[in-house]
Design a binder for this molecule. Structure first.
Ligand code: HEM
Length: 131
């Protein structure tokens, strides 16, 4: 069945996938995102996605979403961006964030795609040491 196939794809994706509602509240999180951020689904579903980011974005993220909803001007949707995530243990890591907007059964949700850049950034830093 199609829904079961989609679920299997999301559950086994290499990249993290998180969905939030129009208020920034986490509605779903796949295993790859759980591993990256070190949370179980039950610890973050129902919480604001801002728990997964360091300052200053943590304090500003509700405003980012509101600004987008009021102006229609996107800064990440359609472009992607490199941002910092906050793990449960307090450590910060870089990742590529893509966000898409989905109209789902009459309401708006956002899907975030999370591609860890920790290893790439470390390699970049090592290369700089040679320069
Ligand atoms: C906007 C940071 C996760 C949904 C933004 C902006 C930043 C940001 C910097 C744009 C601010 C601006 O230039 O005005 C972060 C960080 C995250 C994170 C650091 C780390 C966890 C997510 C996730 C989702 C999401 C997982 C969706 C599931 C949105 C939406 C907007 C936004 C809907 C407004 C639309 C837009 O500007 O294109 N976020 N974000 N964010 N973010 Fe996040």
């Amino acid at each position: 069945e199609n829904a079961a196939l989609l679920k299997a794809i999301i559950e086994n994706a290499i990249d993290g996938i998180i969905t939030i509602n129009s208020h920034g509240i986490i509605e779903s999180i796949n295993p790859a995102a759980c591993n990256l951020f070190q949370y179980s689904p039950g610890e973050v579903i129902g919480k604001n996605v801002s728990v997964l980011m360091p300052p200053p974005d943590k304090e500003l993220h509700d405003g980012y979403i509101n600004r987008y909803q009021n102006t229609g001007k996107a800064h990440i949707i359609g472009f992607g961006r490199e941002v910092k995530g906050l793990k449960k243990d307090g450590s910060v890591f870089p990742f590529r964030l893509g966000v898409s907007e989905v109209q789902f059964s009459g309401r708006k949700i956002y899907t975030g795609f999370i591609h860890d850049l920790t290893r790439e950034k470390e390699a970049e830093e090592r290369l700089k040491d040679y320069a």
